[in-house]
Each structure stands twice: as C-alpha cells, then as structure tokens.
Design a protein around this ligand. Structure first.
Ligand code: SME
Length: 166
C-alpha cells in the first residue's frame, strides 16, 4: 500500500520528536525508505567545517561519501547555495558525485537553521525522474521538522557515520 505523503509526514514528525537527535534522524531515514517505494536510499548530512558529514542513513548499501566537501557533488551544491536540487537524470548533471550504480534520480533538500544551510536530506532513487513537486514540498516540511535535531548536533557535536570497509 502506498501511503499519502501527509500520513508519512505525521509519522516522521512524531518519530523526530520521540528520540535523541542522531537516533531521531536515523529513525526518520528508515521510515522514509520503508514508506515511500521510490526512496531507495535516504541520508541526512550535517555541515561540519567546510564539509558535509553523514549523520544518519537508511538504504541497501552504505555510501563511501560520508564526508563531502561543500564544493563537491549535488550535496555540496545544495548545501552551499541553500537551494533544493531535484535531478531527474543524474547521468546528465555534471555536478553529480556518483555513489550507487543503481541511482537514476536524486533529490537534495537543504535544512536551514537561522536561515543558513546547516545540513540536508539526500534521497537517491533507482527510478528516473522519481521526485515530483509534492516530494519537494514534503521534504521541505520534513527539513523544518529536523531543525531542532540539527541545532543540538551542531552544539554538542556528533559521530560521522564511518565509511564501509572497501
Ligand atoms: N550523489 C551525491 C553524493 C552522495 S550519495 O548519493 C549518498 C552527490 O552528487 O552529491
């Protein structure tokens, strides 16, 4: 059964409030992946210095890109401009930093704290053009729900997810 985005939003918002910050982000990633078929890999990156650091993720495979410079990839682009990136065909976008061979489209949604990019939600799909305007709005609302967790992580520090062993 495919649930309406509003139902998933309410579930995620509840989860984000129910756990300590890093665990909350992890549970939200798991939920998004479990509930929305096109969301094959879901991660949350948080800015540390001049890099994005992976704080939480859910997917079939771990990514090697657990720390991404702000001038690299779609992730770096979204974090440095503060603008959402919705790429229907990653093979045609020169900013794309390749991660999983299955990925066809990608959505990166900045998380703004005090109006400044502090992190982002990154979603990979193995379906071409998987993300609609509704997904953009939905993820923007989720990004707002993630602000309290990010504020805490920025203050207290957090453990970057370690990259998988080659
Ligand atoms: N594709 C991203 C890199 C991160 S992975 O998808 C997890 C990019 O272009 O920045």
């Amino acid at each position: 059964m495919v649930l309406p985005l509003e139902t998933v939003f309410n579930e995620c918002a509840g989860t984000l409030r129910a756990h300590p910050p890093q665990r909350a982000l992890e549970e939200a990633c798991k939920l998004l992946r479990a509930r929305i078929p096109a969301y094959d890999w879901v991660g949350v990156y948080v800015i540390k210095g001049r890099e994005l650091h992976l704080a939480a993720w859910a997917g079939a495979k771990a990514t090697q890109h657990t720390a991404i410079p702000l001038n690299t990839g779609l992730c770096g682009w979204a974090a440095s401009t503060g603008e959402l990136v919705n790429v229907p065909d990653v093979s045609k976008d020169r900013r794309y930093l390749s991660c999983f061979s299955e990925t066809k489209s990608e959505l990166v949604v900045p998380i703004l704290v005090n109006g400044q990019p502090a992190g982002e939600i990154d979603i990979d799909s193995s379906t071409k053009a998987a993300f609609t305007r509704d997904d953009e709005l939905f993820c923007n609302r989720l990004a707002v729900e993630m602000v309290p967790a990010l504020r805490t992580l920025m203050k207290t520090g957090f453990t970057t997810v370690p990259p998988p062993k080659p």
